[in-house]
Design a binder for this molecule. Structure first.
Ligand code: GAR
Length: 204
């Protein structure tokens, strides 16, 4: 089986990257990690990539004068590694239309809330502080808005009374680590259909 090549972008601890690396160990999994790129030289995700014997590259946005020049190097690096899909696994830089247009329907992001609720950063805390009764996880394609792209998978989670933020974070991460590899599998196997902004599951 020819595997789909993933370019995983991280900025931090990389637990979602780890879940993807673990899924990729199965010979029946349709994708493999071709490269891990971090904009943060300190990201633990880079160590995870090295431990899994995957190519890891630092491209620090601080080394570039403009967003576009940073994204050009990012794009060229992904192309060099023949990446099919770009996976945002806790990548904490906004990508501009320049980059997003080049990878239309090829960028997947995981967001720790039920979009369109609580977009942006600190989504778990946003839902917790708001007093939401239900939150969850969303995997979606990235479009030019902030967390507005077509939704591939979502899973809901009740916020029980008296739950601490820490407990909620743990529960959300547990869902993320299951949902992201599943969404990547569906996309890699082309078991999704775009109908306008909707994504239907089932072979296209
Ligand atoms: C994850 O919870 C992910 O959903 C979130 O960052 C965390 C990264 O953790 N992403 C966003 O909030 C994007 N808006 P990880 O580095 O351990 O995978």
């Amino acid at each position: 089986m020819k595997k789909v090549k993933l370019g995983v972008l991280v900025s931090g601890s990389g637990t979602n990257l780890q879940a993807i690396l673990n899924a990729c160990k199965k010979s029946s999994y349709p994708a493999e990690v071709a490269v891990v790129i971090s904009n943060n030289p300190e990201a633990y995700g880079l160590i995870r990539a090295q431990k899994a014997k995957r190519l890891s590259i630092i491209i620090s946005h601080k080394d570039f004068e403009t967003r576009e020049s940073f994204e050009k190097v990012l794009h060229d690096t992904l192309k060099e590694q023949k990446v099919d899909y770009v996976i945002l696994a806790g990548f904490m830089r906004i990508l501009s239309p320049f980059f997003i247009k080049k990878w239309k329907n090829k960028i997947l992001n995981i967001h720790p809330a039920l979009l369109p609720s609580f977009p942006g950063t600190h989504a778990i805390q946003q839902a917790f502080d708001y007093g939401a009764k239900i939150t969850g996880v969303t995997v979606h394609f990235v479009d030019e808005g902030t967390d507005t792209g077509p939704i591939i998978l979502q899973e809901a989670l009740a916020i029980k009374e008296g739950t601490s933020l820490k407990k909620l974070e743990e529960s959300i991460h547990k869902i993320e680590h299951r949902l992201f590899p599943k969404a990547i599998e569906l996309v890699s196997k082309k078991k999704i259909r775009h109908v306008g902004r909707k994504i239907f599951l089932g072979r296209s």
